[in-house]
Write a protein that binds this ligand. Structure first.
Ligand SMILES: [Zn+2]
Length: 323
């Protein structure tokens, strides 16, 4: 392709950047946290398992509640997400069982975080804070007992640690690294389909980084396992918090060293090479067969778009993390 395609303004990657100042050094200061909670500007995001609860007004949705309103449903956990404009922002986890009742109420809107993002029902700033709240509260919900001795443990540090009173172990919130990568072979790139995808949707391949494995090794292993392609240098492109339940997507580009695809059908429904023109049409939603790439909130969209918009002098500036 000779001319750079005009794909329009670059959309913001979903759940980034998070506008909250995390004030991590003050989480252990109980007086400071109490003061933030009691201040008039304090507000909370309410998470009920996989569901997010929002206020429904005639003309808009608002994901922020006063702390007393948020706590009226009963609190499983309160975490301090951070501060914005001097006001505390909290995440409040409630019993997921309340979601059904809440969905029936006219003054509330209850849905999952993916739908909020894809449908643009919350501001990008709120989506980023909600991603933090959902990931952290998901960790609490899954770690109520000490993984060392089995005793019930308790949240400390404004929700950023759980301590075991029986054996003294300290447990910290987890983030699970996932590599997601675009494999490039000159003017073609490799995209795959999982059976659960929407019809005609193609995306980058992805997989969890395993213990003892580098990002680069995980990229090469996943591509070899899922598509039978051998890859060379790996470059880092961008990353995205992915709170389903608590992953970090590490977006990379890599170069194919082999070309014959062998799909592992236990992981993928199909994988194919697409040329730059085809992918451009998919990004613009103008593909003749209606093929599409993930929406702009997803990191896959940004990895694919970065390659389509790459020009030789820019491509050379992408830092190589390993060769
Ligand atoms: Zn313990």
């Amino acid at each position: 392709m000779s001319a750079l395609p005009d794909l329009g303004p670059k959309p913001r990657l979903g759940y980034t950047p998070n506008p909250l100042e995390r004030v991590s050094e003050r989480r252990g200061d109980a007086a400071y946290v109490d003061e933030l909670e009691a201040a008039p500007g304090a507000a909370a995001y309410v998470i009920a398992g996989e569901n997010i609860v929002l206020n429904r007004f005639a003309d808009r949705l608002d994901p922020l509640f006063s702390l007393p309103a948020a706590r009226a449903w009963g609190v499983e956990e309160t975490v301090l997400l951070g501060v914005t404009g001097g006001h505390g922002r909290f995440g409040i986890g409630i019993d997921p069982g309340h979601a059904t009742l809440m969905k029936a109420r006219d003054d509330l809107f209850v849905t999952d975080l993916r739908s909020l993002a894809v449908q643009g029902l919350a501001s990008p700033d709120d989506l980023a804070a909600l991603a933090e709240a959902k990931a952290l509260l998901s960790w609490h919900a899954r770690h109520r007992f000490c993984s060392t001795c089995g005793a019930a443990n308790r949240a400390v540090e404004a929700g950023w640690r759980r301590d075991c009173p029986a054996c003294g172990a300290q447990h910290f919130p987890r983030t699970d690294p996932v590599v997601i990568m675009l494999v490039v072979d000159g003017e073609r790139c490799l995209l795959g389909r999982q059976a659960r995808f929407l019809p005609r949707m193609w995306s980058c391949l992805a997989g969890f980084v395993e213990p003892g494995e580098s990002i680069e090794a995980a990229v090469r292993r996943e591509i070899r396992e899922e598509a039978g392609i051998l890859c060379g240098p790996v470059s880092y492109v961008t990353s995205q918090p992915w709170p389903f339940p608590m992953s970090l997507m590490i977006g990379c580009q890599t170069v194919a060293l082999s070309r014959t695809i062998a799909v592992d059908t236990s992981e993928l429904e199909d994988a194919r090479w697409f040329d730059r023109e085809q992918v451009t049409a998919m990004l613009l939603d103008r593909h003749p067969q209606g093929l599409a790439v993930p929406p702009p909130i997803a990191i896959a969209y940004h990895l694919i778009r970065a390659w389509v918009e790459e020009v030789p002098h820019r491509a050379a500036t992408i830092p190589i993390v390993s060769s």
